[in-house]
Design a protein around this ligand. Sequence first.
Ligand code: CMP
Length: 140
Amino acid sequence: MAIERTLSIIKPDATRRNLTGAVADRLERAGLRIVAQKRLRLSRAQAEAFYAVHRERPFFNDLCTFMTSGPVVAQVLEGDNAVAKNREVMGATDPAKAAAGTIRKDFAESIEANSAHGSDSIENAAVEIAFFFSAIEIVG
Ligand code: CMP
């Protein structure tokens, strides 16, 4: 297994309910190391840029409205197989389909307000990490 880095976002539904630590705890318990972290509120333009790949999807507008509705906590996670490991700990996008014990099963409110985002590939992880962090902010 290779040491990888991936981008995680604790979404506004989770920060609103004071679940930042609870979500981070799940990640750390899974062996992922938080090597960078910042809390911020995305602007509309930033949310649209981050989710540009979904621009044509019917949920794009609502997703950007939701992602700008409150603070998020962006994190760089590091560890063995971090991209897949993070997605496993998060569970399926739709909490109704997420496995027991996953972040989305236990915390998400809906498919949109699903508490956490995680990069879906090593290539996208590099792009998404660079969206939020400069190299000097990531301390492994
Ligand atoms: P995320 O992993 O951040 O990637 C895109 C987001 O779009 C997804 O999580 C969901 O929060 C949101 N979304 C809203 N509706 C849908 C849908 N029908 N299918 C997939 N993603 C959706």
